[in-house]
Design a protein around this ligand. Sequence first.
Ligand SMILES: *Cc1c(COP(=O)(O)O)cnc(C)c1O
Length: 265
Amino acid sequence: MSDVAPTMANGWSDRGLGLRLADLHGRITAAQTRAGRLRERVTLIAVTKTVPVERILAAAALGLTDLAENRVQEAREKRERLRMLAEQDDFTAQLMARLHWDLIGHLQTNKAARAVELFERVQSVDSLRLAEALSARAEAQGRSLPILIEVNAGGEASKSGFAPAEVESTAQAILALPALRVEGLMTVAPLAANPENVRPVFRALRELRDRLRVALPPQRATWDELSMGMSDDFDVAIEEGATIIRIGRGLFGERPVPHAAPPSA
Ligand SMILES: *Cc1c(COP(=O)(O)O)cnc(C)c1O
């Protein structure tokens, strides 16, 4: 078996990543099969927080072009570094042009402008104030920004996101904002030793989305997306209707522990 020859020449190759990706694709298909969802799209988003740009390019060379970061500053530094690498060769420039970036971490309102510049979509809209700021900044930049509304579906005090009961009224207010397009809902499920334990959380999010789709006016919203499921629970999330899964460790391996992170993070 050849070792991804064309990408090897550029150095953007990562054999372990290729093997984990193949394994993930198998598990995604298996979950879709169990749920009778083989014909439906499930988008695998590679969560690249703490991952260096060289590995991000290796992922892109394997077709993983939907990426997510959870911090504006880290994303900004990576985009800058990628731009420098892209100036040095065409292959890297072509890979970079295909990348699509989502923001999935809590965003401070005062960083809304930066986020609109750096990200194609914001999944972590967790307050009306933030939605208003994003809409204003997107409008100023002459674009419409796709967003997901983050729901604290597990009801954990430590997590951001709207309580399920407040999503409908908030969504109504968000739909009135001119420069946002609501694509659906996002959640981070509680940590569970057994992913079966979070199945009700995923199911509740899907049911909430289905209700909103009927209850709210269709302008500025599609409600197509359910972003739920991470490395430890994505199989169950797909069975419950996830259209987007966000995978970090399952692709790139364990992240460095926070106190070992470089001081610039
Ligand atoms: C880090 C992160 C992920 C990916 O988590 P893994 O367990 O590494 O797959 C997904 N969603 C959000 C919001 C994250 O912060």
